[in-house]
Design a protein around this ligand. Structure first.
Ligand code: ADP
Length: 597
């Protein structure tokens, strides 16, 4: 209870009042004592020194004469009033040894003791030394001394038992006590009121601080005064506002980081220094193929890998390694974090590099393919040229012509490959200039059919054109699409043995698409090769393809071109039964300009 500021303030005020009253009381009682002591001495001295010490001289004469004590008492009795003689104060005549001889009050003889002042008088000096703490006050005057100024014949002795002073002091003490009690009551009441004005705002600040600590920032404190407490209230309000802003900022940042952590494509998992799993995002669960579990350990997730220490991480601050998980290639970066012994741990950032690896592989494969495809014709050209040069003029004319036509054929093949590569690279970079115009699908297919019919016939094949339903007029790059269909038809011609059948057909697919199909009953394509058939340089039978003048790029270009028209190309094939390529094209693409092509 006394620990509250309110009670402390009340207590301080009460102690203050009590100590002030006590000091005042002591001072008053003391003052009464010294006043009476002064008054006692002044009264005696004024009587003795009156009219040039006439009283003292009379007393000396009386002491020297006959019947001294009675004379002395007689002289003094004239001054009873001025000497303040009453029941508490009296006087007596003592002899030179300090013994009672006569007195105003005979009973005093029994009370008389030899006080220091009497002893002083016995030695010839006036004994007037008194203190406020003594229980009496006295005054002793020696009379009729001998020639040496000693051994008085009589001593006039005044004595006051201080009872009046004590009574008055007690009275004062009672008054002070009453005043103190009343003052205390007033002090308690006032201190309650006063301390409330100090403690209420502090109480409010405390309540608000508790609310702030529990995250409630909704209340502001009212500033009720301009003093230090008012300033404290304003400062507290400001501090709470700043804290609120900072907390909101931190929460925003945490939210942002949390969302990033949750949705990022890279996996992130954190472990404590002893390898316990602390956190793991969904991407890490997916990449490692393990759901988040609190009791999971580093070694369970990364089997056979030692927890990298900061020493191992070295200057760059991390250790990187690759691993295979669920058929995918992962690059994992282990970075130790934290400086203190207890907050130390390790973060693992997991990046799926499977696609990158595939891309790298296919790029490497592509370069190897290009080099290979170009080297073969170049080798041929070089060897035929060298033979021609070495045997210049010696070879028969028809052999020379044969050699030269081989060289021309190889050059054509190289040119075709380079052209196809250029077309593909333009398609890759989106730099292929496609000219979209309105054209009749029927006209285009009839044109292709006419162009290919002779070639098919030359290869002992039957080529048919079948157009079902009403052919749409569509928008597209007629020339490029024509090239695509010719490419597929030439493949059918190339890979169908003599006596085989090829059919070029087309029909509306739905209201906005047209379907073109090229079907043959040729050698077919093994199922295992079908998914890779549209890859660059992919060929089922390399030797046969080369022999037929193919580059392995035709279907890749066809696919890119159809996709540039927002269409699809697919195939169904069975080995030794035949192959069907199907192209579906939208007919309602926007045209570059009006007019038919
Ligand atoms: P190529 O220039 O070698 O013909 P393509 O990209 O046009 O290259 O064709 C890729 C491969 O697909 C060919 O090498 C061939 O093995 C196979 N192929 C394409 N069309 C047919 C078909 N109609 N019948 C059988 N195999 C085919």
């Amino acid at each position: 209870m006394f620990r509250s500021l309110h009670m402390k303030l009340v207590l301080i005020l009460i102690l203050l009042i009590v100590s002030v009253m006590a000091v005042m009381g002591t001072f008053l009682v003391n003052s009464v004592g010294s006043y009476y002591l002064n008054d006692f001495e002044t009264q005696i001295e004024s009587v003795m020194t009156e009219n040039g010490s006439e009283t003292l001289r009379s007393l000396e004469q009386a002491a020297a004469g006959e019947d001294g004590p009675a004379r002395i008492l007689e002289i003094l009795s004239a001054y009873d009033g001025r000497l303040g003689i009453d029941t508490y104060r009296t006087y007596a005549v003592l002899d030179g040894t300090g013994a009672f001889v006569a007195g105003r009050n005979e009973a005093f003889a029994s009370e008389l003791t030899r006080t220091p002042n009497i002893i002083t008088a016995m030695n010839g000096a006036v004994g007037s030394h008194n203190t406020t703490i003594d229980s009496y006050m006295d005054y002793a005057i020696p009379l009729s001394l001998d020639e040496d100024g000693k051994d008085p014949r009589y001593i006039v002795y005044f004595f006051d038992d201080k009872r009046e002073t004590r009574d008055l002091s007690w009275n004062f003490f009672g008054i002070v006590l009453k005043a103190m009690t009343f003052g205390l009551l007033v002090a308690v009441f006032l201190s309650f009121l006063l301390s409330k004005t100090i403690t209420t705002p502090i109480e409010n600040i405390r309540t608000r601080a508790q609310m702030v600590a529990s995250g409630d920032f909704s209340h502001r404190l009212e500033i009720q005064s301009n003093d230090e407490i008012g300033e404290l209230t304003a400062t507290f309000n400001h501090m709470a506002d700043r804290l609120h802003d900072t907390l909101e900022e931190v929460a925003g940042e945490r939210d942002k980081l949390g969302t990033m952590f949750l949705h990022m494509a890279d996996g992130v998992s954190a472990f404590s220094a002893d390898g316990k799993l602390v956190q793991m995002n969904p991407a890490a669960e997916r990449l490692l193929g393990v759901p988040y579990r609190e009791d999971e350990h580093f070694n369970d997730l990364f089997e056979g890998i030692e927890i990298p220490t900061p020493q191992k991480a070295g200057k760059q601050g991390f250790v990187q390694m690759e691993m295979e998980r669920q058929g995918r290639t992962l690059s994992v970066l282990f970075a130790p974090y934290g400086a203190g012994e207890n907050e130390r741990g390790i973060v693992a950032v997991i990046h799926d590099i499977t696609e990158q690896r595939k891309l790298d592989d296919s790029r490497r494969e592509f370069i190897a393919n290009v080099s290979h495809e170009l080297r073969t014709p170049l080798t041929n050209i070089k060897s035929y040229t060298e033979t021609l040069l070495d045997a210049a003029g010696d070879l028969p004319a028809d052999t020379e012509v044969k050699f030269l036509s081989v060289i021309a054929g190889e050059t054509d093949r190289m040119t075709r490959i380079v052209k196809d590569l250029l077309t593909l690279s333009k398609l890759d970079c989106g730099k292929m200039d496609l000219h979209f115009h309105r054209f009749s699908m029927q006209h285009m297919l009839e044109g292709v059919y006419n162009a290919m019919a002779l070639e098919a016939e030359n290869n002992g094949l039957t080529l048919k054109l079948r157009l079902a339903g009403e052919m749409p007029v569509m928008n597209g790059d007629r020339e490029r699409l024509e090239q695509v269909v010719i490419n597929i038809l030439s493949n059918a011609v190339k890979y169908t043995p003599r006596g085989g059948h090829i059919e070029l057909s087309a029909a509306p697919y739905d209201s906005t698409h047209v379907k073109i199909a090229v079907r043959d009953d040729g050698m077919g394509i093994p199922e295992a090769d079908q998914p890779r058939l549209f890859e660059r340089f992919y060929r089922v039978d390399k030797a046969r393809s080369r022999a037929k003048g193919g580059s392995g790029l035709g279907l890749a270009i066809a696919k890119e071109m159809v996709e540039a028209h927002r269409g699809t190309i697919s195939l169904t094939s069975k080995l030794d039964v035949g192959t069907t390529f199907t192209i579906i094209l939208p007919t309602n693409l926007p045209a570059d300009a009006d007019g038919m092509v």
